[in-house]
Design a protein around this ligand. Sequence first.
Ligand code: SF4
Ligand code: SF4
Length: 446
Amino acid sequence: MTVREGSLEAPTRHPLDWKSEDFYHEDKLNHELERVFDICHGCRRCVNLCTAFPKLFDLVDESPTLEVDGIPKKDYWEVIDRCYLCDMCYMTKCPYVPPHEWNVDFPHLMLRAKAIKFRKGGASFRDKLLSNTDALGKLASIPVVVQIVNAANKAAPVRKVMDSMLGIHKDRVLPEYDSAKFRSTAKPDASFPVKDGKQTPGKVAIFSTCYVNYNEPGIGHDLLKILAHNEVPSIVVEKEACCGMPKLELGDLEAVSRNKDINIPPLAKLARDGYAILTAVPSCTLMFKQELPLMFPDDPDVKAVAEAMFDPFEYLVLRHKDGLLKTGFSKALGKVSYHIPCHLRVQNMGQKTRELLEMVPATKVTTVERCAGHDGTWGVKSEYFEQSMKIGRPVFRQMGDAAPDYISSDCAIAGRHIQQGIGEGAAGSGAEKQHPITLIRIAYGL
Ligand code: SF4
Ligand code: SF4
């Protein structure tokens, strides 16, 4: 049989069979891991994407047979635990994804392994804690508590204890919490007349996200200001829970399902009422656009929400194509080092943020399209912090070398990680970190 080198057809992703008992069958998982690892060993294209692939190839090269069959099955976990489900191998490198007959979906195979581990009770207290973004945010943003939490996160002795007792690395700069939560302080303006474009609904509902709600509400307020400036009526989604991405990364698929049951009914109603739904966190947008539809392929509400979901810059650039975006920017941004996070790249919509930033006069954008290495909660963990900084090093260098006025990433967590990675005294260290939405608000003079 001749096997073609890579598929010529567009990749298709199979739904995740997470409700079948076979999905959780450990022997079947190991058999599939060995099959896919063997294909990867023969291919090795992904060696520089993350630390999961180099670990796999080291294990092969050190095995007595010099093949995958010589790796003890228990060592597979060293590969699985290094995968943070960024999807880059599937979306940008792999020629063997379906419809190719080899049917390689490396991230979803890692997800299956994580789900089996979770079901067997293999998730640590630290990992469960970090994935509870909503509960943590609710607690940490209570007035008075918020000052204590923010001060503790900066206190070296406390961080040492957190490192040794919880496994949260002492040197990782953690985001501050804000007691003025976005959802309770947002001022959406629904008073403008609805102007539907060819490619964009004329009214917007904002899904806040845990990060914007509890950590950086300013990003959400800036998005509302930009929409009002462009006379787009907006509302904030009435009720929301975490999108489920941190639970997905943990392999806790039942928790993803529970959050989906809270989020999808009100979002589906908004989608059917003709709203565009915007979230300012690429991982959350991806969850609604791609991961939930693969977990619930027969759910019409999930499909309706996926179709109504936009990245904010995707919406604004399409609005521009519809002739409905104001481009009278009054303030130049100068030099902007802009990073595209993995979870935005895999949405396959082109570089919409860069396109809009480049519409601002006297603004030079240096675009860096490479994994920065933080990846949700992964880069916070004691055992992965150093690797996370190492993965990010080429990004830190490229961003800093441009001697920017601003450093910016659509992923606010990646932006903070890049700022930390550039470090004090290095090229670019004097640059201001701002989210791209905030940069557009500044450029509009709002
Ligand atoms: S999904 Fe991302 S982290 Fe996981 S193996 Fe692929 S490239 Fe590496
Ligand atoms: S995921 Fe695909 S491209 Fe990457 S090493 Fe494996 S077979 Fe090669």
